[in-house]
Design a protein around this ligand. Structure first.
Ligand SMILES: *[C@@H]1O[C@H](CO)[C@@H](O)[C@H](O)[C@H]1NC(C)=O
Ligand SMILES: *[C@@H]1O[C@H](CO)[C@@H](O)[C@H](O)[C@H]1NC(C)=O
Ligand SMILES: *[C@@H]1O[C@H](CO)[C@@H](O)[C@H](O)[C@H]1NC(C)=O
Ligand SMILES: *[C@@H]1O[C@H](CO)[C@@H](O)[C@H](O)[C@H]1NC(C)=O
Ligand SMILES: *[C@@H]1O[C@H](CO)[C@@H](O)[C@H](O)[C@H]1NC(C)=O
Ligand SMILES: *[C@@H]1O[C@H](CO)[C@@H](O)[C@H](O)[C@H]1NC(C)=O
Length: 468
């Protein structure tokens, strides 16, 4: 079951954070693997192999059931479940399921989902989802009643891959993948908006004639994630293998002021491989950096902050390992307008029961970033459910965590300023769960309509809405 359990009422017991006795080595930074294993890519390869194994498993065990899934319309959450049919029953709380569309019905042969992003047409306010799949990107429109129209898709630029990643700046989508030879596709989303009749006859766009541009300057075309600066025309490709390239699979900056001519404008290789990042203009208490462009980056064995005012001469502001570090994966600032806290998810701590994830329950790391040069881990939050965490996004005091097999979990984090240990975060749910890959890869919670998109690896696109 994919559960999309949500904000709750009950208060969890405080997670004791500080060591009572200084002699206790609670905060020893003992990473999952040694430095060589991170630097050589062995740690990342282990993660990718686990993921590949899970995909092979579900393809061989329940692919048939997955393939028989049909579109679903509104299924409210009643007594803790959205119940459609026997194989479409989802645990839920404080959220209703408005629609579900399986990957096959969005034109995918490969039928494995991954990243997801959204685009709102500034003229009409119409809302579109960009659903990443192993073999391409599906474009859907979310209607006012939450139903989904599949409009078309853009195939992969080279071969299939479990990893595809998308961001949107203005009216253009930027799409990268771990597939060799892929590069970054630049796609003009107004094509999907303006072309008539797509709802009845979805269109397969051409990777040659329908692209606005194709950025082919990544070392071998691969990237693990695509990051967009939140307020500037800058795309950052991260994890662009190989690691022995001059950019070291770090941050690769692409100026997209003119989407028809994306331009490589430097890279940050100094801390090696970057798995994911959030890049923005800094506003917060650290006056030295006010107005600076920075990237909060998640670099496998550390949390690293870069200054990127000059993309041809980026600087490392800090690099900080942390208790339980196993695979520093992704994170997001709590408030972009006044950056004091950031939540980080580590992808392997639950799998290997490290640090606060010793019982396999999902751990969210809470960082105080009042000083960019000395970020401090002030606390953590253990979900009551066992699950690996993947991407998290934050809006209006709510963290939307796509936690693989425990689904989308929305956590009220508005208490973080009051108590940055995380002890006041609230959630209650069926406990249980498994620290395995599968289920919810990512969510997109930024539509004005309040519809939240979730991309499930095995199944397809879920459209949800919080009930209050
Ligand atoms: C539900 O899934 C099971 C296991 O794959 C399958 O045997 C069964 O036929 C499915 N039920 C329906 C109604 O599709
Ligand atoms: C994007 O597409 C729209 C609609 O077809 C067109 O008017 C616009 O010029 C395109 N922009 C670019 C940069 O290709
Ligand atoms: C870089 O690494 C790749 C494997 O990722 C290897 O095939 C290649 O020979 C290496 N190049 C150099 C110059 O070391
Ligand atoms: C980066 O540029 C901004 C805006 O020009 C400036 O306010 C800031 O001080 C610069 N940061 C650094 C570290 O030079
Ligand atoms: C950016 O850094 C490069 C390389 O150090 C330097 O040549 C250039 O002058 C810098 N640009 C600015 C605007 O400071
Ligand atoms: C934690 O997860 C691992 C990997 O899935 C599993 O082997 C182990 O039994 C789990 N431990 C608990 C306490 O659930």
């Amino acid at each position: 079951m994919l559960s999309y359990t949500l904000i709750s009422a009950s208060l969890l017991a405080a997670q004791v954070f500080a060591a009572e006795n200084e002699a206790e080595v609670v905060f020893a930074h003992v990473p999952l693997m040694n430095k060589e294993a991170y630097d050589s890519g062995e740690a990342h390869l282990a993660l990718m192999n686990l993921m590949q194994g899970s995909v092979d498993d579900f393809k061989s065990s329940f692919a048939e059931m997955v393939q028989s899934q049909a579109n679903m319309e509104f299924v409210p959450c009643v007594d803790g479940y959205s119940t459609y049919t026997e194989n479409h029953t989802y645990a839920c709380k404080n959220a209703d399921l408005y629609a579900f569309t399986p990957h096959w019905a969005m034109g995918s042969e490969n039928r494995v989902g991954n990243d997801i992003w959204g685009w709102t047409d500034p003229g009409s306010g119409r809302e579109f989802g960009l659903v990443a799949q192993g073999d391409g990107t599906a474009f859907v429109e979310i209607q006012h009643d939450g139903s989904v129209d599949f409009l078309g898709r853009l195939p992969t630029q080279s071969v299939d891959s479990i990893w595809r990643d998308i961001k949107v700046i203005g009216n253009f989508a930027y799409i990268g993948s771990e597939a060799e030879g892929h590069g970054v596709q630049v796609f003009n989303l107004t094509k999907v908006l303006l072309e008539p009749g797509l709802k009845d006859t979805p269109k397969e766009y051409s990777i040659t004639t329908d692209l606005t541009a194709h950025f082919d300057e990544l070392p071998i075309g691969r990237s693990h994630n695509i990051v967009s600066h939140s307020s500037k025309p800058l795309i950052v490709a991260v994890g662009s293998m190989p690691r022995n390239d001059s950019c070291a699979a770090g941050l690769i900056f692409i100026d997209v002021a003119d989407p028809e001519n994306p331009k490589g404008v430097g890279c940050a290789s100094e801390d090696g491989y970057v798995h994911d990042a959030q890049c923005l203009t800094y506003h917060g208490p650290d006056t030295k950096y006010e107005g600076s462009d920075i990237c909060y980056s998640f670099n496998e064995d550390a949390f690293t902050i870069y200054g990127i005012n000059n993309t041809t001469a980026p600087v490392i502001i800090s690099t900080t390992p942390y208790y339980g570090v196993s695979y520093s994966h992704q994170g997001w600032v709590v408030d972009e307008n006044w950056q004091r806290y950031l939540l980080l998810d580590d992808e392997l701590d639950e799998v290997f029961s490290k640090g606060w994830a010793s019982d396999n329950t999902t751990v969210t790391y809470i960082w105080n970033i009042d000083s960019l040069e000395h970020p401090v881990l002030t606390g953590h939050y253990n979900s009551p459910a066992k699950a690996i965490d993947h991407n998290l996004y934050i809006i209006d005091g709510l963290a939307y965590e796509a936690n693989y097999k425990s689904g989308l979990r929305v956590i009220d984090i508005s208490s973080v300023e009051e108590d940055p240990t995380g002890s006041l975060f609230e959630e209650d749910d069926d406990v249980g769960g498994v620290a395995e890959f599968g289920g919810a890869w990512s969510s997109y919670p930024y539509f004005k309509s309040g519809f939240v998109l979730v991309n499930s690896m095995e199944r397809g696109l879920f459209v949800l809405k919080l009930t209050n």
